[in-house]
Design a protein around this ligand. Structure first.
Ligand SMILES: NC(=O)c1ccc[n+]([C@@H]2O[C@H](COP(=O)([O-])OP(=O)(O)OC[C@H]3O[C@@H](n4cnc5c(N)ncnc54)[C@H](OP(=O)(O)O)[C@@H]3O)[C@@H](O)[C@H]2O)c1
Length: 309
């Protein structure tokens, strides 16, 4: 298997070598239900952002089906409530608008008020834009896909560390390799000159964030990994003119890797890795750049400084 073959090469690049990767149960068409079959999540808590649609909705459904209590976030309380009410099992709806840092702080407060360790924190919500939009002078996909999640994780990471083996799973994308040349555009995050690659830029940020978080979690029981779900027919392209490819996955298939990395007992020590189809694979060199990951962390901290815990 590719991931297994790459593992010796990946190990020096990442914080900790994954174990048990060769036992990945993936085959073409594998679904989230398939990869979680036989895994008992009773007594565990998951926080899934973007539970109102696509991969997030399916992830919430399957984790709840396996017994987890799922805190599902959507941009409004009504949307979160509607999504949660359509899922069998134990769920708690919470509002989270990632472009609004006050909303992120309020969401973290609501999560903390539940007073439970978080076993799985799945940073899933995301948007694709093909126009140039800004929030606080920053390119909007960078804010929604990366910065909002950065702040959310900052405010609840102690709950993840409190779990017996907490896992942060960040939804990245194979598109990270199409980020602007040089990677994160630290000198101008407005996006004016690179908004056409803004989604890829934000997905590179997701991958680098997960990598640096993994480094910071070394020595704890908690882990952080980045996953790509593969091209899937969801609502993600609603703001752009492009179409889904004929081979696009279903949300059930696309949720397989996030659910596998969040739940598989074989991945308890996997940290700082990038997964595709259930296997750890090498991302683009930009997403393995530890110096860029550290700088992104510092810059992100500065950008949300007023809202940090
Ligand atoms: N589908 C693919 O081909 C593909 C490929 C690679 C990676 N991914 C990644 O997979 C993740 C899930 O995407 P998806 O395909 O399931 O897309 P989706 O169906 O559009 O779902 C995205 C979710 O994110 C939420 N969201 C959007 N903007 C938000 C904001 N400002 N604040 C809070 N939540 C927000 C959406 O809420 P609303 O419904 O209220 O807008 C929705 O619940 C994303 O991170 C995406 O980048 C997807």
């Amino acid at each position: 298997m590719l991931g297994t073959l790459l593992l010796p090469l990946l190990a020096p690049l990442f914080a900790r070598e994954a174990v048990g990767l060769s036992s990945s149960p993936f085959a073409p068409g594998t679904t989230a239900e398939d990869v979680t079959a036989g895994i008992d999540l009773r007594g565990r808590t998951a926080l899934v952002t973007g539970c109102s649609s696509g991969i997030g909705l399916e992830t919430m459904r399957v984790l709840a089906m396996r017994g987890a209590h799922v805190i599902g976030t959507a941009r409004t309380q009504d949307k979160a409530r509607e999504a949660c009410s359509g899922v069998a099992g134990s769920t708690t709806p919470v509002a989270l608008e990632l472009s609004d840092f006050d909303s992120v702080v309020a969401c973290a407060g609501a999560v903390r008020a539940l007073d439970m360790p978080i076993d799985m924190l799945i940073c899933n919500a995301g948007i694709v834009l093909d126009t140039h939009e800004q929030v606080r002078g920053l390119e909007k996909q960078f804010v929604v896909n990366h910065l909002g999640h950065f702040l959310l994780v900052d405010r609840v990471i102690d709950r993840v560390k409190a779990a017996p083996q907490g896992r942060v799973v960040v939804l990245g994308s194979g598109d990270h390799g199409r980020a602007p040349p040089g990677g994160i555009q630290f000198d101008d995050l407005s996006g004016k000159s690179w908004y056409a690659r803004g989604y890829s830029h934000s997905k590179l940020a997701n991958g680098l964030f997960s990598l640096e978080l993994a480094r910071r979690l070394q020595g704890t029981r908690a882990t952080s990994n980045c996953v790509t779900p593969g091209h899937a027919r969801t609502n993600i392209l609603r703001n752009v003119g492009s179409n889904y490819r004929d081979d696009a996955r279903t949300p059930a298939q696309a949720a397989a890797t996030p659910c596998h990395v969040a739940t598989s007992p074989t991945l308890a020590t996997a940290n700082g890795l990038y997964f595709r189809d259930g296997q750890a694979v090498a991302p683009d060199p930009m997403q393995r750049d530890a110096a860029m990951a550290r700088r992104l962390w510092q810059v992100s901290e500065n950008l949300v400084r007023d809202h940090l815990a």
